[in-house]
Ligand binder design. Sequence first.
Ligand SMILES: Nc1ncnc2c1ncn2[C@@H]1O[C@H](COP(=O)(O)OP(=O)(O)OP(=O)(O)O)[C@@H](O)[C@H]1O
Length: 526
Amino acid sequence: MEAERTKVAELHANQLAMSQQLAIARTQEMAQRRELDSASDEIDQLRRRHTRELEDLDVDLRRKDREIRSLRDELSTCQDDLQRERETVAGLKATLSHQSTAQVALSTQLSAMQAQHGATQAQLDGQHRAYLDVTIELEAARKRITELEHEARESETLRRKLHNQVQELKGNIRVFCRVRPLLSEEAKARMLFPDKMDHKEIVLSSSSESATGQERKDDWMFSFDRVFEPHCSQAEVFEEISQLAQSCTDGYNVCVFAYGQTGSGKSFTMEGGQTEATAGMIPRAVEQVFRVAEQLRSKGWEYKMEGQFLEIYNETINDLLGKGEFDKKKHEIKHDAKTGRTTVTDVNVVPLASSTQVRTLLALAQSRRTVAATLMNERSSRSHSVFTLRIHGENPLTGEVCEGSLNLVDLAGSERLEKSGAAGDKERLKETQNINRSLSALGDVIAALGEKGEGKNDKHIPYRNSKLTYLLQNSLSGNSKTLMVLNLSPLATHLNESLCSLRFATKVNNTTIGTAKKQTRAAITS
Ligand SMILES: Nc1ncnc2c1ncn2[C@@H]1O[C@H](COP(=O)(O)OP(=O)(O)OP(=O)(O)O)[C@@H](O)[C@H]1O
C-alpha cells in the first residue's frame, strides 16, 4: 500500500509538477500566443504594407511598361527615321558621286566653252564692227529709199497728170468699132478695112440694081479711133481700153458703152466668155483696176472699191444684185451736187475686196438677167445693163484723195422698129420706142458735151431725157472719159442696120471733149 501511497504521492507530485508545468506551459503558451498575435499583427501590417508596396510597384510597373512601350514606339520611329536617313544619305552619296562625275564633265565642258566663248567673242567683235558698217550703210540706204519713195510719189502725181493729158489728147470721147466674126455659113456683108497702119477705117459696100436696070455701087467709109476686124481678140480690144481703167484709179470717171444691134457682140465684148482668152472688158477692166490699186499701194495709196449692177428696162431701174429673183422695188436716181456723187435709192452697193469677188457678183447679175430673160422674152437684149465700180483712193503720205468711177454699159439692141418686128406687138413697140429714145438721148448728150467742150460753155446738156443719161450724168460730164464700142454684125442681111449704127457712132465720134480735137474723116458715099 505504501508503495501505492508512495506511488500515488509520486503520482500526485507528478501531477503537481505536471500541473505546474502545465501552468508554466500555459503561461508560456499565452505569452507565445500574445507573441504570436503580435507577430500576426506585425505580419498583417507587413502584409498590408507589402500589398501597398506591391500595388505601388504594380502601378510603377505598369507605368514603366507604358513608358517602355512608348520608348519602344519611339525607338521604332527613330529606327525608321534612321533607316530613311540612311537611305537618303545613301541616295545623296550616289547623287554626290554622280554629280562629282558630272561636275568633272561640266568643268571640262566649261573650259571648252570658255575657249569657244573667247573665239566667239572675237568673232562677235568682228561682226559688231561689220554691223556698225552695215548700220551706217542701211541708214544711208533708208535715206535713199525715203528720197526715192518721195520721188516715186512725185512721179506718180506727175504720171497721173501726164496720163490724163495723153487721154485728153486722144480725146475724152472715143469711139471704137468692132466687127464680130461670122458664126455660121450666112452671107457676109462686104466690109473692108483699108487702113492697115492705124486701123482707123472701115468701108461698107453694097451693089444693087437701079430702076433703069443699071448696077449701082455704094461705098460708105467711116473712120473711128480704132477699128477692130473680126479676128481681133478680146485682149487686143482691152489693150486700147486699159488706159481708161488706169484713169479711173487716178480719180476720173470713165464710161464704156457697147452699142450695136442685137447679136452684134455687145455682151461678148463687155462680159465675154468663161475662159481667160474670151473674158470681156468688164472682168478685164476690174482686174486691171485691182492690179493698179495694188501696185499703187507701194506709193502710199489706199483704195476702197464698191460695185453696183443695174438694168434699165422700159425706163425703169432694176437692181441686178438685189435679193430674190426679180426686183420689184422702185428706184430713184439722186445726184449730190456738192460731192458730185450719184446714188440710186434702194439698190445694193457691194464693197469689193478682190476681182474674184467681182466675178461672183457678175455671175449673180448674169443669172438674174437670165431669169428675167426667160420671164420676159429675151429682155436682156432689150435692156441696158450698167455695171459701176466706184473707187475711192487716199494717199496719207501726200494728202491726195481721189474718187473715180468706172461705168461699163451694155446697151440694149439698137435695131430699128421694122426690123425688130415690133410694130404689131404693143409691148414690143413700147420697148423699142424706149430703147430708141434712150439711145438717141445718149447720142444727144454726148453731142452736147462735145459742143460744150468746143467752147459753148452755156450749152444745155439734156441728161434728163432718159434714165440712162440721167444715171450717168456725173460720169459723162466734166473731165470724164467716154468710150463707145460700136459692135457690128458681119452679115449681109444686117448691112442697113450696121449703116445706121455707124452713122450714130460717127455723130458721137465727131464730138470732142477736152483739149484735143479729133481727126475725123467725113463718110463718103458714091
Ligand atoms: N468677137 C467675137 N468672137 C467670137 N464670137 C463672138 C464675138 N462677138 C460675138 N460673138 C458671138 O456672137 C453671138 C452674139 O453675141 P452677143 O450675144 O454678144 O451679142 P449682143 O449684141 O450682146 O446681143 P444681145 O443684144 O442679144 O445681148 C454670141 O454667140 C457671141 O458669143
